[in-house]
Design a protein around this ligand. Sequence first.
Ligand code: WTA
Length: 571
Amino acid sequence: MKIEELQAVVPTSNMGSYEQAYNNFQWEDVERHFTWYETGKVNMAHEAIDRHVEEGRGEKAALLYCDANRHETYTFSQLRASSNRFGNVLRKYGIGKGERVFIFMPRSPELVISMLGVLKVGAVVGPLFEAFMETAVKDRLEDSGAVALVTTPALLSRVKREELPELRHIFVVGDMDEREQGIIDFETEMLTSSEELEPEWLSREDGLIIHYTSGSTGKPKGVYHVQNAMIQHYYTGKMVLDLREDDVYWCTADPGWVTGTSYGIFAPWLNGATNVIRGGRFSPEDWYRTIERHEVTIWYSAPTAFRMLMSAGEQVVSNYDLSSLRHVLSVGEPLNPEVVRWGWQVYTQRIHDTWWMTETGGQLICNYPELPIKPGSMGKPLPGIQAAILDDRGQVLPPNRMGHLAIRTPWPSMMNRIWNNPNKFQEYFRFPGWYVSGDSAYMDEDGYFWFQGRIDDVINSSGERIGPFEVESKLLEHPAVAEAGVIGKPDTVRGEIIKAFVALRDGYTASEALQQDIYRFVKEGLSAHAAPREIEFKEKLPKTRSGKIMRRVLKAWELNLPTGDLSTIED
Ligand code: WTA
C-alpha cells in the first residue's frame, strides 16, 4: 500500500516513513471505517456483504466460484439475498445468537452462503475441514456443543448423530435418497424462505467463529474469536494484502482452516474485493488456469503449494498468462528463500511471507508491500502490533537471540477464549502483558523476525497444524498397537511429514501389510492429513517414569541427534 492509501486508512497520522506510521498508529482510526462506529450495531456479515449493497456496490462481483463442474459468479446483492434466506431458515428452526452452528462440506458457494447466514443471525460458525473423519468430527461437535450442522450427503455418514445429543438439526446440501428424522433439505428450505432479514445486532465482544486447532497435548482446542476481529481483518486486508477497489483476489486456503476464513472470506469482503474461491484438489494446471481466467491480481497461498508448483517446473508456467498478478503472499510455514527467488524469476513477483496463527485471528508479522523483503524472514510487526523475543522467564531478549516469539496484548483479532478450557487459554498468557505463540524465533538488528521452529511438539505438515496427541490416541485404538509416539519428520516439499513410532502388542508381528493397515485406520478414523506417512516399529518406546512418551527422544533418533537429558526416562 502506498503511503497515501495508508493515510486513508489511518487518517490522523502524518506518515513519512514506516517508523512514523508505526509510532502514530491508532486502532481507533481503523474502527472509524465500520458502520458500527456510528450506529453501535455490529454484525460481520453485514459489514462484509450488506454494507456494499447499501453503498451502491450491490452489482459488483463478490464471489467467483470455480471447480471442475461449476463456474459461478455471485454479486454482493446475490450473496446478501441468499445469506438472508439461510438466516431465515435458521431462525425458523429456532437457532440464533451465540449458538454454535458447524459447517462440514467441501468448498462451494453453499458453504459460503451458509456461513454468512449463520453470522447474520448472530450464531457462532464452526468450520470443519472436509477431510475429517468420524472421530475428528465428533470431538469437535461435542466439545463445542453445536446445535446444528450444514453438510453434504457424502459427508453425513461421518457424523455420529446418536452420540451427539445437542446436535438438533442437520441441513443437507444435495440430493439424498431418503429423508431421515432431523435431516433438513437445504435447497427446499432456501426456496421457501424470504430474502429479507434484519441481522442480529451484536456487540464487538459477541462470538464470531470457532476454529479447532492442535496443540501438543490433549484434544484439539476450540479457538473462539469475537466480532471485534473484523478490525484486524479489514486493516490487514488493506495494509498487507493491499486490496484495492478493482482487485481480483484469490486465497487458496480452505475455510476449514483459519486462513480460509480470515483471509478467504472476511478480509476480502470487508474491503469489498472480488473474491475467487476454487474447489477441488491442487493441480498446477488448474491453479494457473484459475489465475489466467479470472485475471487474479492478488494471490495468497502457502509454501507447500509454492514448492509443489516449483517442482512442476517453469514449462507449465509458460503455458499460462499470469501477467494480471501484482501481489503474491504466503502463510502457514517457513517460506524458503529459494521459493522467494523462484517466484521472482518465474512469476516476476516477490512472494511476501506473513506470520500469524489460528489464535491470533489475523496477520501480525509480515512483509507488506512497503517493506524491502529479506528472503527467509517473516517480516516486521505491523503498525499497531508489538512483537518481541522472550527468554524462559518472560524477559525481552536483545536482537539476534533466539527465544519465545511473543506479542504484546491485546490486538483486535486476539482469540477471546479457548472453548471449555480456561486453563489452556491461560497458558498462552503466562508472562504478564504477552501472548506467547509457541514458536521460537529471533529478531535481527533491523527489526525483522526469523522463524526457528516450534517450542512444543506441534507438527506442521503442508501448512496444516497437527497435534501428535490426537494421532497417537487414534493409533492406540488399533488392535495391534501397544504404544505410539508421533513426530514431524523434515520433508522438502511438505515441510514436515507425520512419522509414527509404534510398539506392537504381543501376538502381532511387524509387516508392510500391518503398516498399511495402521495408516488406513488413522486415515479413515481421523483424517488423511493426520495419517502417518511413515510408520516405524520398535520393541519399546522411550517413556518418562510417569509413562509419557518422550517425543524429543524419538525426534533425536530420527535426526541422528544426541538424545539430551535422559534423567527422567523409565529405565
Ligand atoms: C506456523 C496458520 C513460519 C507457526 C495461519 C505457527 C509459520 C503456526 C508462518 C500456526 C510463517 C505460520 N513462517 N511458520 N510465515 N505462518 N507458521 O494456527 O508455527 O494453522 O505457530 O495458522 O504455523 O498455524 P495455524
